[in-house]
Design a protein around this ligand. Structure first.
Ligand code: ASP
Ligand code: MG
Length: 402
């Protein structure tokens, strides 16, 4: 089999951990597999490099920052190669550009355009373990780029996709994907499997296990993905297209996203075209809107509320305020003291019971719901930020009968 294994920064943070990871790689290789390994920078290296940059220049150019940040992953792959050499295993470390990982030119958040298989293939054919520096590539000017924080996952999936690997294993310091954040919800359960779509929802809802783009790419190229622990040898969580009912939990996860704000446009005329005007103004400014609610106000006017990422809240407010007169509304308010709590389940449309259960949990916990939104695979509520953790626990307990 051809197996791509990715190890995160905490898994290679020091010499002892590098040795532990080398043993996993060695076992995979000795079992007769072709092995490509993608590594992240050790521990807090990336943060430390950013700090170093800022000591010199608080606003370095993105190009130079990427040259600096790409160093972290190169340290990891070269050290791992040395460890494997010591174990008498043939290994070779390669940078993003050596493996022909081409990206666009968005420094700091570059998107992968193509990966060449030629160099990796050649090394595998020499029976070598190939160690690839994650998170980095090269653009059309042959300049170094990085893929955005957490981007090594995406490097691994891209390589698995182009090599048509049998498996892509993402090793981390948790042993899989849980039904809730296990650090906050003691009864959180590990999932055996989750769909790509559910994983994307959970990632965008603030569960940080996998880089979002890696899941999108895994879905697009049907990569056989698994998240597992680098400390314990046991199965992790499979991420795949379809999860059979027997493999399913009642819900796949409860997640919270505290980085949202609620904006209310107060007193919009009750007339055709108003929502179009409000949201096209925001769309032109590149602001993504999530949950939308329109309620009837007094005297023939309505209020339109919606959520945006916290970072966009002030911009959204000031842009809208400029249009108060032409659209004909009264004023705009912003509430950043809100959070979105969601349950995710690709089998959710199987009946109304799921929604009732979630609302009952919130009712029993006396948590007020400000907004509700549902899609095929998730149900979200917007509530006060202070109550978010309590809401996650209450909902989780309700579904898993703690
Ligand atoms: N080292 C990079 C980061 O800290 C990339 C990664 O770890 O995936 O964000
Ligand atoms: Mg990560």
């Amino acid at each position: 089999m051809l197996i791509v294994q990715k190890f995160g920064g905490s898994s290679v943070a020091d010499a002892a951990k590098i040795e532990r990871v080398a043993n996993i790689i060695a076992d995979t290789y000795r079992a007769g597999n072709e092995v490509v390994v993608v590594l992240s920078a050790q521990g807090d290296t990336t943060d430390d490099l950013i700090e170093k940059a800022h000591e010199i220049n608080p606003a370095p150019s993105k190009r130079e920052l990427d040259v600096l940040l790409s160093v972290g992953e190169q340290i990891s792959v070269s050290l791992m190669a040395m460890q494997l050499e010591k174990m008498h295993l043939p290994a070779v470390s390669l940078t993003g550009w050596q493996v022909g990982l081409r990206t666009n030119s968005a420094y700091g958040a570059a998107r992968i355009k193509s990966v060449s298989t030629e160099r990796i293939r050649r090394e595998l054919d020499k029976n070598r373990i190939v160690l690839v520096a994650g998170f980095q590539g090269v653009n059309k000017f042959d300049d170094v780029t990085t893929l955005g924080r957490g981007g090594s996952d995406t490097t691994a999936v891209a390589i698995a996709a182009v090599l048509n690997a049998d498996k892509c294993q993402i090793y981390t310091d948790v042993d899989g994907i849980y039904t809730a954040d296990p650090r906050k919800v003691a009864a959180a359960k590990k999932l055996d499997a989750i769909t790509y779509d559910e994983m994307l929802e959970l990632a965008s809802l603030g569960s940080q296990v996998l880089h979002n783009r890696s899941v999108e790419m895994a879905k697009r190229y049907s990569v056989d993905l698994e998240v597992l622990s680098s400390y314990e040898r046991k199965p992790g969580t499979k991420v795949k297209e379809v999860v059979k009912p027997v493999e399913r939990m009642i819900i796949s996860g409860v997640a919270k996203d505290a980085n949202i704000a609620r904006i209310t446009v107060v007193g919009v005329p009750d007339a055709p075209g108003v929502a179009f005007k409000v949201f096209s103004v925001l769309g032109k400014a590149g602001i993504n809107v999530d949950i939308i609610l329109q309620s009837a106000g007094m005297g023939g006017t309505n209020d339109i509320s919606f959520t945006v990422a916290s970072a966009d809240a002030e911009t959204a407010k000031s842009i809208l305020a400029e249009y108060a007169q032409s659209i004909g509304f009264d004023h705009v308010t912003v509430d950043t003291n809100v959070a979105k709590v969601s349950i995710v389940n690709a089998g959710m449309m199987n009946g109304p019971g799921t929604a009732v259960k979630m609302f009952e949990a919130l009712s029993t916990a006396h948590i007020n719901i400000q907004m509700i939104s549902s899609s095929e695979i998730k149900l979200s509520v917007v509530i006060s930020a202070q109550e978010a953790d309590r809401a996650v626990s209450a909902i989780h307990d309700k579904f898993f009968e703690a």
